[in-house]
Design a protein around this ligand. Structure first.
Ligand code: ATP
Length: 297
């Protein structure tokens, strides 16, 4: 985390936003690349399209992505970046912060706070359409969550810089337990997971409540929740065996390997699933598929 290097870098690098945002391209990418996440796909498409089509947004776009590990939260960030910036997620306008990596020391929180403010402000003043991704929000010091919050309100200007064209994504595993429970209940009732809507069983409200009350999480009693700056809480559902198969197939194709259903089934069946009795959902989602594939081919 070196704000000075970053400042030097972005004086060299021009903004690389795509000339036009194409809703059809984003929709196609979500359909083709993100498996088993009908809710997240729908919300992300709606939110990003609405924001990008508005020439004069009153606030930044703020999305909070929640769900179990390996279900596509980072992947979605990448898909959004690919649709907004020529350099995709490697663009100089995309900034990824991982709580345990960038802000590891509790005693340095005041330093991090200043650096973070400078970083966000500096980058947005250079390229208003900048994307800030905060991974592992459940481990983020609430002081830093509140610092971020200062940039998210309506009409926020800090020293003459407006943040209303920026995008903030928060990624976390908080809410995973309640999401898993709701998807499991649907399964037990014999319903299709695609029937689950944002307001099913109060899903969005339940996530909101779960993260607000998680004493160990970065959102705990945080003004991020209080102040309604988050536009959407986006649930990521636990992935099933069939989705793991799709991930394996996609990975084989990405590595230019001929798809072999036998290999895929063998590999998918050796992943771990829960609950113990029914073994429906993959414990690690599609995480590890890429790394494990070489042992099966
Ligand atoms: N729903 C999905 N569709 C397609 N691929 C997926 C999906 N979920 C995960 N993957 C793949 O699995 C790997 C891990 O996914 P990703 O990093 O997006 O998970 P995550 O939800 O961010 O996990 P964590 O909470 O542990 O950070 C990536 O290679 C990603 O492409």
């Amino acid at each position: 985390f070196n704000p000075f290097k970053k400042i030097v870098d972005f004086f060299r690098t021009p903004c690389d936003s795509r000339d036009t945002f194409n809703q059809t391209d984003l929709k196609r990418d979500l359909e083709n690349k993100l498996f088993g996440q009908h809710l997240a796909s729908k919300v992300i498409l709606k939110a990003v399209t609405g924001f990008m089509r508005d020439p004069n947004p009153t606030k930044p776009l703020v999305l909070s992505l929640h769900g179990p590990s390996g279900t596509g939260k980072n992947l979605v960030s990448k898909i959004i970046a690919q649709n907004l910036f020529q350099g995709g997620d490697s663009s100089s306008q995309v900034h990824l912060f991982i709580a345990t990596h960038h802000f590891p020391h509790r005693e340095l929180v005041e330093t991090y706070k200043v650096q973070l403010q400078q970083w966000i402000r500096g980058n947005v003043s250079k390229c208003p359409l900048s994307m800030f991704i905060f991974d592992e929000m459940e481990k983020m010091n609430p002081v830093l969550s509140d610092t971020i919050k200062c940039h998210l309100d309506h009409y926020t200007h800090i020293d003459g810089v407006s943040f209303r064209h920026a995008i903030f994504l928060f990624l976390s595993n908080e809410g995973a337990t309640i999401i898993n429970q709701i998807v499991y209940d649907y399964w037990k009732e014999g319903k299709q997971r695609e029937e689950i809507q944002l307001n099913s069983h109060g899903l969005e409200i339940a996530i909101n409540r779960a993260i607000f009350n998680n004493k160990d999480g970065g959102f705990w009693r945080s003004s991020l929740i209080d102040s309604n700056v988050v536009d959407f809480f986006v649930p990521f559902l636990p992935l099933e065996y069939k989705h793991v198969l799709m991930c394996i197939r996609a990975e084989m194709e990405a590595q230019n390997l001929r798809y072999d259903p036998g290999v895929a089934e063998n590999m998918a069946s050796e992943m771990r699933y829960f609950p113990e009795k029914e073994e429906i959902f993959s414990v690690n989602g599609c995480k590890g598929v890429k790394q494990r594939l070489k042992f099966y081919i």
